[in-house]
Design a protein around this ligand. Structure first.
Ligand SMILES: [Zn+2]
Length: 587
């Protein structure tokens, strides 16, 4: 029996059933996600119509190939494949209900690289029981494949399977090269395959080599001061009373400002709405969007500069976002320019339970290091305020200042009552994870020659415009983050801080050179042209501040945006509980 007749002739009921299942799947997707289909660009140009038809045919044939492949599987395997497909449909529809999109390659990359706790939190925040009703039509349609008669010839089954899988591979490569990932989805299953392919093709292109090195430089002695870079998690700048938020979320920081020990740089624009992207930019000093040349993987890290300047370098990574990639690059050897690193396990060994102490446990460890002497450069990726917020502050009356709050496992409801609980929980979290962190650190640190540069990886939507998601999309409120400097009473280089020009607008990109200036890195040692430091910025530099979303290296779901000067649209102000977004505040 020839291959051709196997597809068309003898297996005609198979082809007909698979075709029917494919068409019903397309129709049910169009019905379930009708608003997405209505929002498709309404272009009448001949080229656009041809492009659309081309992509449609390619993806429809993918659907056919996938279902035909499933139909070739023997009975029990076929049932397992169908159950797994229904599971994927549920995951994809949950994602779509929350974020108005199916999973992209970037989302998939994150879901396999982030720590276990984050993954569980993400699943809990996305899953809603109603999605099971949405998945029911798929279950019924896919179960038709159970009735397709099997192919009797084993050799033919294998040949056909290889052909179908080859088509799925090649067609996904064509999509990867020519069709933007956000623009076209016909089905949750083919969309998932596409995300896997996108992720795989992207990671094959990624730079895996050694980072650029710094010129040789001799320092005579270990520096006397210590420089600490605190990168918080999910802290929105405009929810700090330090930045004018009406609730007293950061009274301690305000008291430091009054004493002249805190210099507030106002609302900063984060590099991205994703944790791993912001961290990549913050620690490598790269300053162009996207990172097409893999500079975030090629540039020397901030640790390289600190080590060269004679500092003892420490990385405290409670969030497990960036250290992992540095560790991987180091293989079995030590991470370059890093004297020591700590993660949750190191805290456990010291019998500090971060589940109980949260970030105040981190503050105590930081104080203990500094109290031993000077000359430390420390980067801290704090635990911060990842959703669910109530897990990030102690469950006692002293820490639950604003009520009612959300319960653990409760998902985001953007209605007025739901939003009140969401914001109350978040504000309690800010008070504990941000204000209390600094109170503990400052009061327990006896060493008085240090400076801290503080920011957050990205902010949160807080359902301000009805969003059910917290971050990972391009909404401008997600890149609203704090940026300030805290110095000790006898910080040796206080004069540098006092000369910062008032009224400058900062972005994440300004932080790298700021750290270099704080460590007195000579210009001859700086191997890249970094964005201006905060000490060099003037109000004359105030212009649009860019940020990116999606794929770090510019493929797939990559998008570029900017916050204009002046920001407008209420950007940089967080909507308090009970307030209704005015029409002028709508994005
Ligand atoms: Zn984050």
């Amino acid at each position: 029996m020839s291959l051709l007749s196997s597809i068309t002739g003898a297996s005609c009921p198979r082809v007909a059933t698979v075709l029917l299942v494919s068409m019903l799947s397309v129709i049910s997707d169009a019905v379930l996600r009708s608003r997405d289909y209505r929002a498709l660009p309404d272009s009448r140009s001949f080229t656009d119509i041809m492009k659309f038809l081309g992509a449609f045919t390619l993806v429809f044939l993918q659907l056919f190939a996938l279902f035909y492949f499933i139909a070739l599987l023997p009975g029990p395997l076929r049932a397992i494949a169908l159950l797994f497909s229904v599971f994927l449909v549920i995951v994809q529809l949950s994602y779509w209900q929350t974020l108005s999109q199916f999973m992209t390659g970037t989302d998939l990359y994150l879901s396999v690289t982030v720590s276990g706790a984050h993954r569980i939190e993400a699943i809990l925040s996305f899953f809603k029981p109603q999605v099971l009703v949405y998945a029911l039509p798929y279950l019924l349609i896919l179960s038709l494949l159970l009735f397709v008669p099997p192919v009797s010839d084993a050799g033919m089954t294998i040949a056909l399977s290889i052909l179908l899988l080859l088509y799925l591979f090649v067609s996904n490569y064509v999509l990867f090269r020519f069709v933007p990932e956000r623009s076209f989805h016909l089905n949750p299953l083919t969309s998932f395959l596409r995300a896997i392919a996108q992720c795989a093709f992207e990671s094959r292109q990624r730079y895996q080599g050694i980072r650029d090195s710094l010129p040789a430089f001799q320092v005579s002695q270990r520096p006397l001061d210590s420089v600490i870079y605190v990168i918080d998690e999910s802290v929105r700048g405009s929810n700090l009373s330090l930045n004018g938020y009406p609730r007293a979320t950061t009274p301690f920081l305000q008291s430091l400002e009054t004493e002249g020990r805190l210099i507030n740089l106002g609302i900063c624009v984060a590099a991205s709405s994703f944790t791993h992207i912001s961290n990549a930019y913050l620690l490598s000093g790269h300053n162009e969007f996207p990172d097409t040349d893999f500079r975030t993987r090629k540039n020397p890290t901030i640790f390289d500069y600190a080590k060269t300047m004679g500092y003892e370098t420490i990385y405290i990574d409670i969030n497990r976002v960036y250290l992992a990639s540095l560790k991987k690059a180091a293989g079995d050897g030590p991470v370059r320019s890093l004297d020591s690193w700590m993660n949750e396990n190191s805290f456990e060994e010291q019998q500090i339970d971060l589940e109980v102490t949260k970030d105040s446990g981190v503050a105590r460890v930081l104080s203990a290091i500094l109290n031993k002497g000077g000359g430390y450069f420390i980067v801290v990726n704090k635990k911060g305020l990842h959703f669910q917020y109530c897990n990030n502050y102690p469950d006692d009356t002293a820490s639950t200042i604003w009520t009612p709050v959300m319960k653990t496992l409760e998902s985001i409801d953007p209605g007025p009552t739901g939003r009140e609980k969401l914001v109350n929980s978040y504000d309690n979290g800010i008070r504990y994870q941000v204000d209390e962190f600094f109170r503990v650190f400052v009061s327990e640190t006896t060493n008085q020659n240090y400076v801290i540069l503080y920011t957050s990886d990205h902010g949160q939507t807080l359902a301000e415009h009805g969003q059910r998601y917290t971050h990972m999309k391009a909404d401008p409120e997600i890149v609203d983050v704090p940026d300030f400097l805290v110095s000790s009473e006898q910080y040796a280089r206080q004069g540098l801080l006092d000369d910062i020009e008032p009224g400058i607008r900062v972005s994440h990109l300004n932080n790298f050179a700021t750290l270099l200036d704080l460590m007195e890195v000579p210009l001859a040692l700086r191997v890249r042209s970094y964005e201006k430091s905060i000490f060099a910025l003037t109000t004359g530099d105030n212009s649009d501040r860019c940020y990116m979303s999606g794929s770090l290296h510019g493929s797939g779901d990559y998008t570029l945006h900017s916050i204009p000067t002046p920001p407008g649209d209420g950007w940089g102000h967080s909507l308090p509980v009970g307030a209704v977004p005015g029409s002028s505040n709508e994005h």
